[in-house]
Design a protein around this ligand. Sequence first.
Ligand code: TMP
Length: 232
Amino acid sequence: MLLYEGKAKQVYSTEKENEYIVYFKDDATAFNGEKKAQISSKGILNNKISTIMFEMLHEKQIKTHFIKSLSERKMLVKKVEILPLEVIVRNITAGSFCKRVGIEEGIVLDEPIFEICYKNDDYGDPMLNDDHAVAMKLANRDELQFLRNETLKINDLMKEFFLKMNLKLVDFKLEFGKDSKGNIILADEISPDTCRLWDVDTNEKLDKDRFRRNLGDLVAGYEEVLARMNNK
Ligand code: TMP
């Protein structure tokens, strides 16, 4: 049964109480849904790339919702209740950070920047600080501390992983959920829809900025990311 439909994925229940199926669609949106397109095979690429990322993180003892890939577009996951927070890390300046404060794109940051946003399209996913998140009862202080520590650990692992394939991890967004025991685990997807990835030598953008900013064929970019992952 379809439980939830987002911009890029659908979530279905299964006959098992604690397992869901995530279905990766071909829909691409940007600017809170203002720009839209169907990009043939994007969902297949994101499912494959997310599978590799979740398997890599699992090997490094990070707990995630991933159970296994079921087909080209379907992933079996643990049932979680998604926290209404988008967790962002920036290693290099880009995107909304540049727009908001007028800083140039491409500056390597001395330390990663950790941001949280309220996952709510009606309000354009506004950035929050910890006090806002606690006041809104989106998470408590211990949970926020855990999210920060876990996300920065994941950042180190992902940065190292992508560097091996000559890609710079510029920034990315994660979502976490609570499992049936109340543990917070990594959920959602990790793909070029949710990460900015630039070639180390040329700074060519191989992520969703190709769609957001009309920088070239999106599928060719995602295929290049997947090919590098498979060849490493
Ligand atoms: P931003 O620079 O637009 O804030 O994006 C930061 C990172 O988060 C970037 O890698 C893209 C990702 N992201 C999402 O996955 N979903 C979103 O809705 C937004 C706005 C960004």
